[in-house]
Design a protein around this ligand. Structure first.
Ligand code: 4NP
Length: 152
């Protein structure tokens, strides 16, 4: 079983989008039984809230749906997952602060697996959820290819 946790700041936009997109990808490839896929925020700002409606709308426009309730990342969540996939450099900094610098070997920026490593675009201020969707799909595809080449 491969445990994958996607992480952003609030856990209402980027990381739940990534959770739902990656779950759909592994389901379509017949690999779903090999994965536990979750998501978290580095903050508790949005704890208990559903996916942000514009993010939900963007997913629905691409034929994707999924329920999610925002939760805040804790140290046991890091310990219990094999891959912690963060959206941007600030998330990376915040997760490493939570772990006291430990577990760096399993904490990656999602788009570090792509041919153009970068942060996932943050839609909170730009309102450009399509760009976020594009980055997340690119990151998830590249991460799955990495798993296929290494451990799958
Ligand atoms: P997310 O988006 O980290 O992609 O879920 C945000 C959600 C909430 C806030 C910022 C970004 N906020 O400042 O409350």
């Amino acid at each position: 079983m491969i445990n994958v946790a996607f992480v952003c700041l609030g856990n209402i936009c980027r990381s739940p989008m990534a959770e739902i997109i990656f779950r759909d990808m592994v389901e379509k490839e017949g690999l779903a039984s090999g994965f536990v896929i979750t998501s978290f925020g580095t903050s508790d700002y949005e704890e208990g809230n559903p996916i942000y409606p514009p993010a939900q709308k963007c997913l629905a426009a691409h034929g994707l749906n999924g329920k999610h309730t925002a939760r805040c990342l804790s140290l046991p969540d890091v310990i219990n997952n094999d891959y912690i996939l963060v959206m941007d450099s600030e998330n990376l900094f915040d997760v490493l602060r939570l772990t006291g610098g430990k577990f760096g070997e399993k904490i990656f920026k999602l788009c570090s697996f792509t041919t153009s490593p970068r942060d996932v675009a943050d839609p909170w201020y730009t309102r450009d959820f399509e760009r976020t969707y594009f980055d997340v799909v690119d990151g998830c595809k590249s991460f799955l290819n990495y798993l296929k080449k290494t451990i799958l």
